[in-house]
Design a protein around this ligand. Structure first.
Ligand code: ADP
Length: 170
């Protein structure tokens, strides 16, 4: 029997958006298992705690927005390449949006290849409606009570509106 093809999808997920989910669904088409890994100590300061970010992703899996038999979420303490080794992943998935993502992603991919030559970085592109979507933009809109229903799962919308003091839209 051939070995299971496992990929990790590392990120900050502050919070998870439909853009992340779009990438995850594509990755689930390509791999037997996709593990979302949240960095415990990202260089960035986050809006949501690690626990909250974890819970929002777990809810997405529990609600069946991602295939339950293929996806799971884990916390990562060190480097992504170490996570890949720990979870037996042969690939690291990242999303590519606009050209602005390219330079940083290119640097990361080459550095990761230096650190773990056998680990493949796989870039996937989301649906065009998510191409300009980011967690930061979502938070900017939610902060003013704007409609974000098309761009995030319901649980994420609820937490954002709670945080910024707006009632949930019907
Ligand atoms: P990081 O801080 O590691 O960039 P993010 O949570 O911002 O963490 O993003 C994780 C990955 O998901 C990155 O590869 C990013 O390019 C990708 N991503 C984020 N938003 C989208 C989106 N709307 N469409 C496609 N990919 C996305």
């Amino acid at each position: 029997m051939s070995e299971k093809r496992i990929a990790i999808y590392p990120g900050t997920f502050d919070p998870i958006t439909n853009g992340h989910i779009d990438i995850l669904l594509r990755a689930c088409d390509l791999f037997d298992e996709v593990i979302v890994t949240i960095a415990r100590n990202p260089a960035k300061e986050t809006t949501f705690t690690l626990e909250e970010r974890f819970e929002m992703i777990q809810e997405v899996i529990d609600e069946g927005l991602l295939p339950k038999d293929k996806s799971r979420v884990e916390v990562l303490d060190g480097l992504s390449v170490e996570g890949a080794e720990q979870f037996g992943a042969g690939a690291l998935v990242r999303g590519l949006r606009a050209v602005s993502d390219f330079e940083y992603e290119f640097q990361m991919a080459l550095m990761n290849r230096h650190l773990a030559p056998k680990l493949h970085t796989v870039y996937l592109m989301p649906k065009d409606e998510y191409t300009y979507l980011s967690s930061t933009i979502i938070k900017g809109v939610a902060r003013h009570g704007g409609d974000i229903r098309r761009f995030v799962p319901r649980g994420v919308e609820r937490r954002l509106f709670e945080m910024y003091g707006f009632p949930l839209k019907p």
